[in-house]
Design a protein around this ligand. Structure first.
Ligand SMILES: [Cu+2]
Length: 471
């Protein structure tokens, strides 16, 4: 649901008092009313009601910020504030974001648009907004202390510039950045080309999302902001599988997916069943001669990648980060590998002391996905997601590209599970098995058998006390 709340009328609990105290009525009249979002659903594309037309993007589990036209200037109003984000059904996080959600809404404009963005700070500390990748006057770049004073709590700043270059960008604070990005403050920005562009094809479906990561202990609500590398929640637009919506397209659609990385590590993003081409970065369109087909592309920290492909294979295709630990949800990492260990005796001994003790991992970790292990409130299993054939055993940065012959144009709703044509699903073999072929080449590196020592080995040990012992 989209909420339109005016600053003075009926503003929510956190919102009204601060803003009213610091912004005069005259100034308020000049502000476009902030539009807030209360749910994490993927909103339908926002067809531009004014300005130059374009084919709008769809923000995965997000939305596009409406604007107001003021004498030819597109005016947006971002409100930096604490938010509650449902990261997956049953799991809510207390984050910081913009206009009711983390990430903030996507800002969509057209090359050449003059853009005015009001940023109101309802956080308990100062902030600023940096417009990652944009050409703009230095003083609009949003680096607190360097190019502007920070925006104090309760204050509103104005950024204004011309969106000079078409492409995929993002925005995030450049003030107490470590804290504010670890808390979820970020958003996407798309500048559409104003005319047909030699290097930017028109597409039928255009998706955008940001890679982000959190460290939230199972049962807790607030991310640990000091974590540098060992995050336990790897998310797309602050959602984790099975909470990430699928990307639903029609067979034959030209599809674009724009991915930005604001985590602390790189993410090799992998699409099943299709090859794509990286057609653009936050630096702009990639020259045609520099493009090649891929099925995985690494998105490094602080980068955006724009993937184009034709969705010409029907099905439910996995789409995920290829780091296997990034398709897991909150878990402990200090668990030894138990594959092949028969620890029945140990279990009996421990169970005598701790009745609820359970072993895990002697056959791999897949059992974890089906096990009904008691979980604390407000978390999700580390491997989960019910598919048509059982548990998908995934979490974190995992979703699906759903390609359907009968998906109506412009319809982004989930068509349900793919109905495979007869004879096209992997099946169990029940006949007589031929012997498997094994390599018979002699090994080069094998250890030679240990020969028994022919004569006793003498070892001399020097003890700290100074006198020698012979053994
Ligand atoms: Cu990853």
């Amino acid at each position: 649901m989209t909420n339109r709340r005016h600053f003075l009328g009926g503003a929510g609990a956190i919102t009204g008092a601060l803003a009213a105290a610091s912004v005069s009525k005259v100034a308020l009249a000049a502000l476009p009313e902030p539009v807030l979002q209360t749910t994490p659903d993927t909103k339908p594309p926002l067809v531009p009601p004014s300005g130059r037309p374009y084919n709008p993007v769809v923000t995965l589990n997000g939305w596009t910020l409406p604007w107001r036209m003021n004498n030819g200037v597109k005016e947006f109003h971002l409100v930096a504030e604490p938010v509650v984000r449902e990261m997956a059904p049953g799991f809510k996080a207390h984050l910081w974001g913009y206009n009711g959600q983390s990430p903030g809404p996507t800002i969509e404009v057209v090359e050449g648009d003059r853009v005015r963005i009001f940023v109101t700070n309802r956080l308990p500390e100062h902030t600023s907004v940096h417009w990652h990748g944009q050409r703009l006057p230095n003083g609009m770049d949003g680096v607190g202390g360097l190019t502007q004073k920070t925006i104090q709590p309760g204050k509103t700043f104005v950024y204004e510039f011309v969106a000079r270059r078409p492409g995929t960008f993002m925005y995030h604070p450049h003030a107490d950045e470590m804290t504010q990005m670890a808390m979820g403050m970020m958003g996407s920005w798309v500048t559409h080309p104003k005319d047909r562009h030699a290097l930017i094809d028109e597409v039928d479906r255009d998706f955008v999302f940001l890679l982000n990561a959190y460290d939230i202990d199972p049962g807790a609500y607030t991310p640990k902001i000091m974590t540098m590398l060992d995050f336990n929640l790897w998310s797309w637009n602050s959602r984790i599988f099975p909470g990430i919506d699928s990307l639903n397209v029609r067979l034959g659609d030209k599809v674009r997916i724009r991915v930005g990385n604001l985590t602390m590590t790189n993410h090799p993003i992998h699409l099943h069943g299709h090859e794509f081409v990286v057609t653009g970065t936050d630096g702009g369109p990639v020259p045609k001669a520099a493009r090649w087909p891929e099925v995985t592309t690494d998105v490094a920290v602080g980068q955006m990648r724009q993937l184009d492909f034709v969705a010409d294979e029907e099905g439910d295709w996995a789409f995920h980060c290829h780091k296997s630990h990034h398709t897991m949800n909150a878990m402990g990492h200090n668990v030894p590998t138990m594959i092949g260990v028969d620890h029945r005796k140990v279990v009996r001994d421990i169970a005598a002391l701790i009745p609820d003790y359970m072993v895990m991992g002697e056959r791999g970790m897949a059992d974890m996905a089906e096990m009904e292990m008691p979980l604390p409130d407000n978390t999700v299993p580390m491997m989960t997601g019910e598919g048509p054939f059982g548990s998908v055993e995934m979490g974190g940065m995992f979703s699906m590209l759903k390609v359907r012959r009968d998906q109506p144009r412009g319809d982004y709703s989930n068509p349900g599970w793919f109905k495979h044509p007869a004879g096209t699903v992997a099946y169990e073999f029940t006949g007589q098995l031929p012997g498997p072929q094994r390599s018979s080449a002699p090994g080069q590196g094998a250890m030679p058998p240990l020969a028994a020592p022919t004569k006793p080995v003498e070892v001399r040990i020097r003890k700290p006390s100074g006198h020698e012992g012979r053994h």
